[in-house]
Design a protein around this ligand. Structure first.
Ligand SMILES: Nc1ncnc2c1ncn2[C@@H]1O[C@H](COP(=O)(O)OP(=O)(O)OP(=O)(O)O)[C@@H](O)[C@H]1O
Ligand code: SF4
Length: 262
């Protein structure tokens, strides 16, 4: 039930595998760490990876009197998670549905989950712009605030795809909070040194051209995925990492934008 949600953040990417689910889960964990009440909704029906990233694969969702009860990461129920992955018996069970069935499932996800007064609902979407995205957008009208974060990698092809996402957001009227460049270099777990293996700076260049804010560069950092599997935010355990700097900045931007009502 979206009436009880103050702000929705859509995580979008033009291409698969650029780290959308990693950003979604890390953002949800960071917001929880900062004291907010958070929901994480995975509407990537064909590749739901949130339960896997958060090590919740054996969990089940339950039908309560008022709708589906999300899986809570913590006993204080500060972070609730909902994903089609909880409904599949096996992670490799592909969901091969036609448009109308997908649309119905997403509508149900948006309307029938008991979120209970959330400060933020982070929605991990499938790559590209599909029926799923349109359904999500159509159902967000009742939410007071909504914005999108675009995830890309430094490579040119991924950036080209993000342009399409920018057009989609502008056509549907959803404010773009900014662009995150993921897999931008490698942060060594031993010495914390960050090395640019490939090119970098493409996300910033695109943000400048498209006139949207650049939110930062996330390096490849194997420690971050491991911590997420334990339900721990990078900002808590790795405060000096580049990942933490980006997510701290992101939370500042988000809180400012919600205070300004934009
Ligand atoms: N910054 C990072 N540091 C280390 N590993 C990362 C990082 N970002 C992503 N990965 C890894 O890359 C893989 C793809 O990431 P992720 O699942 O988040 O991408 P996605 O865009 O959501 O993919 P899909 O389109 O399949 O849903 C995962 O194995 C993830 O652990
Ligand atoms: S960055 Fe430094 S500590 Fe890390 S692998 Fe390279 S040399 Fe070793």
């Amino acid at each position: 039930m979206l009436e009880s949600v103050k702000c929705v953040i859509l995580i979008l990417s033009g291409k698969g595998g650029v780290g959308k689910s990693t950003v979604s889960t890390q953002l949800a964990l960071t917001l929880k760490e900062k004291g907010f009440k958070v929901g994480l909704l995975d509407v990537d029906l064909c590749g739901p990876s949130v339960p896997y990233i958060l090590n919740l694969e054996t969990e089940n969702i339950h039908q309560g009197a008022e709708g589906w009860i999300p899986v809570y990461l913590d006993k204080d129920q500060k972070l609730g998670v909902m994903s089609i992955g909880f409904l599949l018996k096996n992670r490799n069970d592909a969901v091969v549905w036609r448009g109308p069935k997908k649309t119905a499932m997403i509508k149900q996800f948006l309307e029938d989950v008991c979120w209970q007064d959330l400060d933020f609902l982070v929605i991990d979407t499938p790559p590209g712009t599909s029926d799923e995205h349109i359904t999500v957008m159509e159902n967000l009208r009742q939410v007071p605030q909504c914005s999108a974060i675009l995830v890309t990698t430094p490579q040119e092809v991924a950036i080209e795809d993000v342009r399409k996402e920018i057009t989609f957001c502008r056509k549907t009227g959803i404010p773009i909070l900014g662009i995150i460049e993921n897999m931008s270099g490698f942060q060594c777990p031993t010495c914390n040194e960050c090395t640019n293996i490939f090119s970098s700076g493409g996300g910033k260049a695109l943000a400048d051209v498209a006139k949207v804010p650049f939110l930062g560069s996330l390096p490849l950092d194997p420690r971050v995925g491991k911590l997420a599997g334990q339900g721990v935010a990078a900002v808590k355990e790795l405060p000096d990492s580049n990942t933490s700097k980006v997510f701290n900045h992101l939370v500042t931007v988000l809180t400012e934008s919600t205070q300004n009502g934009s």
